[in-house]
Design a protein around this ligand. Structure first.
Ligand SMILES: Nc1ncnc2c1ncn2[C@@H]1O[C@H](COP(=O)(O)OP(=O)(O)OP(=O)(O)O)[C@@H](O)[C@H]1O
Ligand SMILES: O=P(O)(O)OC[C@H]1O[C@H](OP(=O)(O)OP(=O)(O)O)[C@H](O)[C@@H]1O
Ligand SMILES: O=C(O)c1cccnc1
Length: 487
């Protein structure tokens, strides 16, 4: 089950989208064809790759897209819309085509990660929600993947709900965290909705209720088989751990003494002492779980200190993407139908070279070496090109064109898959476990240079010659047009 029965998100769009729709409608342009593409300009967290997430929610959103009578009434009362336009909206259905990266795919800056092709009206309407969903979920999946890289094979528990930016962010965020490599969530609704394994320990309030570690742990042990005791409420070494061991010994086989959790103090020192105490008492399989404002940096540091921590509980810094709260993905028009029925590629010029959009409907080809399967880079081509038909592939840096290479031993795989075609879902959503496995496979084909946490190499994202020429020609024609203006 998914969170399908949440509020209809059709009005979850910016006012200006509906205002533009009204203009297109009044000018009889609402059915002109258009192509828009989603991309981000800089890598989140200065990471070498991003993990794409959000497609399932985008599909739910598109499937639910319709203006209810109530929505129309609201627009009639609050906007400058004509009755004819409101009538058009009341019959609106999404009939466009969406091509997208799959969840768990690795994606990079300045390449299309989703493409919407359809009528001008429908393409414009869906911009806001698509960006809202993809921006957040891709950011969290990427943060989770960074934390996974730091944690190695250790268990990662997602604890973020209480700190998330509201409920939807907690739920979709924990799903994105799972895609990025987390093992479980503390959020029960996320477990029910998405099938994520749910796990949890107990809070300090349990110990405070009983007033003593022993009484609290014993009460918990008498009411649960699997027990993780939180040992830092009063004094970890003098009271928490000794009382946890005492209860575990007294309860014997009646419980599974799965672990102890620490949530404060010097966790390198404490975990080493706790490990000795547990081992001395014969509980060599009992795990040590740590939480307290953890992220990939604290986990890396604790591992360097040889902390004896087996399981990491991570909340705030993951679910809020603490060190970079926005991915900054944008949705740009790349082609639009003219009055003569011809498509014209479009460009947004900027003084900042990196901000000049790449015109034309495109496909991203992931180029891997056939011999070792490793990624050589991404090759952005116009949609009528297919590098699979070429014996060799010339790849060059789109700004510093002297950086180039010619590949013969290569395999090209399209990144953008058709998800919705003319309004119909044509894509079978993989399970969440399959998506997580897909992300792991994708990471395995990436060289370690792109995966390191600090100062990773820039992954090559190149344009085909045809795509590059198309961009240069359009820049030239816009310059000519601006130069000949007389104001
Ligand atoms: N050995 C360590 N190396 C690196 N970071 C650590 C280590 N031990 C704890 N931390 C991290 O340091 C941060 C602050 O911990 P600190 O001990 O100052 O506060 P605290 O234990 O949370 O205090 P409080 O008792 O108020 O909860 C946390 O993010 C924690 O994960
Ligand atoms: O530190 P985070 O990465 O955000 O992980 C979530 C935090 O939430 C809990 O603390 P909280 O103080 O809310 O409740 P408690 O009384 O159970 O400690 C838990 O003990 C973690 O410290
Ligand atoms: O289960 C836990 O230990 C837990 C859950 C949420 C937040 N902090 C801790």
């Amino acid at each position: 089950m998914s969170l399908k029965d949440y509020t209809n998100l059709t009005l979850h769009t910016d006012d200006y989208e509906i205002n533009m729709m009204q203009t297109y409608f009044s000018k009889k342009m609402e059915n002109r064809r258009a192509v828009f593409e989603v991309f981000f300009r800089t890598m989140p967290f200065e990471n070498g790759y991003a993990v794409f997430a959000g497609l399932e929610h985008v599909i739910d959103y598109i499937n639910n897209l319709h203006f209810t009578d109530d929505d129309i009434k609201y627009l009639a009362e609050h906007g400058e819309y004509t009755p004819e336009f409101l009538d058009f909206l009341s019959h609106f259905k999404f009939k466009g085509t969406i091509r997208s990266a799959q969840e768990g795919d690795l994606v990079f800056n300045n390449e299309p990660i989703m493409q919407v092709e359809g009528s001008l009206a429908e393409c414009q309407l869906v911009e806001t929600a698509i960006l809202n969903i993809v921006n957040y979920q891709t950011l969290i999946a990427t943060k989770a993947s960074r934390i996974r890289q730091a944690a190695g094979d250790d268990q990662l528990m997602e604890f973020g709900t209480r700190r998330a930016q509201e409920t939807a962010a907690a739920l979709w965020g924990t799903r994105a965290a799972f895609i990025g490599g987390f093992n479980s969530t503390s959020n029960v609704l996320a477990g029910k909705s998405f099938g994520i394994p749910v796990s949890g320990t107990h809070a300090h309030s349990l110990v405070e209720t009983f007033g003593h570690d022993y009484d609290a742990f014993m009460a918990y042990a008498q009411t649960h088989h699997d027990c993780v005791f939180l040992v830092d409420t009063y004094d970890t070494i003098k009271s928490g751990v000794p009382n946890a061991i005492k209860v575990a010994k007294q309860m014997g086989d009646q419980i599974h003494f799965a672990g102890v959790r620490i949530d404060s103090g010097d966790m390198a020192y404490l975990s080493k002492r706790i490990r000795e105490m547990l081992d001395d008492a014969g509980f060599t399989d009992t795990k040590i779980i740590a939480s307290n404002d953890l992220d990939e940096n604290t986990i890396t540091s604790l591992k360097m200190q040889d902390a004896k921590i087996d399981v990491w509980g991570v909340g705030t810094k993951l679910i809020t993407a603490f060190d970079q709260p926005a991915l900054g993905a944008v949705y740009k028009m790349v082609s639009v139908e003219q009055s003569d029925g011809q498509m014209r590629d479009t460009i947004k010029i900027s003084n900042n070279a990196a901000k000049v959009s790449t015109p034309g409907k495109k496909q991203v080809w992931r180029i891997n070496k056939q011999s070792d399967g490793k990624s050589e880079g991404d090759y952005i081509a116009l949609s009528d090109e297919d590098p699979r038909h070429q014996d060799s592939l010339y790849m060059f840096h789109p700004q510093f064109t002297y950086i180039n290479k010619t590949l013969t031993d290569f395999e090209a795989t399209p990144l953008l898959r058709t998800i919705i075609e003319n309004g119909k879902l044509v894509y079978k959503m993989p399970s969440l476990v399959e998506i997580q496995a897909h992300a792991n496979q994708a990471l395995a084909s990436l060289w370690p240079e792109y995966k390191r946490q600090m100062n990773p190499q820039d992954y090559p994202v190149d344009l085909s010659k045809k795509c590059w020429d198309n961009k240069m020609n359009l820049i030239e024609s816009v310059h000519n047009y601006v130069q000949h203006l007389n104001y």
